[in-house]
Design a binder for this molecule. Sequence first.
Ligand SMILES: [Zn+2]
Length: 426
Amino acid sequence: VSDAPSTLWCELAWLGGDRPVAGVVIELDGARIAAVATGVALPPAGAAQLGGLTLPGLANAHSHCFQRALRGRTEAPARGSFWTWRSEMYALAERMDEARYEALARATFAEMALAGITLVGEFDYLHHSAATVRAAAAAGVRLTLIDACYLEGGLARFRDASVEHWCARMQQLERSGPLGGERVRPAAAIHSLRAVTPPDAARVAAFAAERDWPLHAHVSEQVRENAEVLERYGATPTALLAAAGALSARFTAVHATHMSSADLALMAAAEAYCCMCPTTERDLADGIGPVAGRLTLGSDSQSIIDPFEEARAVELDHRLATGTRGSFGAAQLAGALTVDGYASLGWSEGGTITVGALADLSTVSLGGVALAGTAADHALESVIFAGGATDVSDVFVGGRRVVRDGAHVSIDVAAELADAVTRAWS
Ligand SMILES: [Zn+2]
């Protein structure tokens, strides 16, 4: 069985729209999709067979991979908050020398691959750029390295001395750094308006615009963040970012939990993305945000890594907050996980099963206990609202197999995670 097959036969595939299509043959030409045929009842001779529902590869639009080592360690019933969690995260960040970091990044990216994630946007303020690129390559996932400008507060290791220093570091990465591979692209980030002043944010935005890079920022995650920014500058983070020229169709506001109606209007006018991270936002007691602009999803703090749980949480949290069912359908949430996530990370040619698209695919088995009995017509709803990371059976990135029958092709993921998390704290 080839790890880079030229023909795939999918029992069901989601090609966009509300319903999956049965009997889909996908022809691959190296890393791209060369042809798509539907209504093929039986697998062609020599085709790799994918039972269940095949989706375009899933994008994790906001990740801090090292925070995987915090999982389960911050849940004591101590009446904490985002700010108490953050002090524990800082203690971990201080320990992240390159060797510890790389082992953790590699194992965490491999856990993402097992969950159907084919593209990760790593929002990096630890600045182990080369190790991040090596880790993603080893795990088999595509990477957008989102290097964060961080100038005030936090830990010394997060900070550049000035915005000019950040620009120079980015130019160095462009020239001689590890960003040259075909599965890696760069992006810029303003860490937040807590860490970057509005004039410096404008410099970062201009730098990204000159290169047509995506630009991401943490925005209005916390009520206290909004209050501090309002007191210091007299405006909301979103209004300041808009005035700095940061908002555009390349911009992603991460979280956007506590935005005003005027903020939401600015986001909509710019056609910006909103990356919600519901499993993190609930873990950190951030709140339930509105969707401000085009929706994408991220695993952020890695409290769990399950794209299906992130997706359904948007709708289910909205139900709890509003008393209304059915604001976000499975197809819209699947779009957030795929084509919109890809575009927000600078890969507009990915996230769809169409001719010419990147051959990134994730197949969800319908044979496990959670999804047994799924009808073909309802398979997308079943997968989004009841499926999970452990139902993912097969994953391809750029036409190459990364996951087979629920196992990573080259990494013993649980063993590497156990080792990496232990090393992170020892
Ligand atoms: Zn974050």
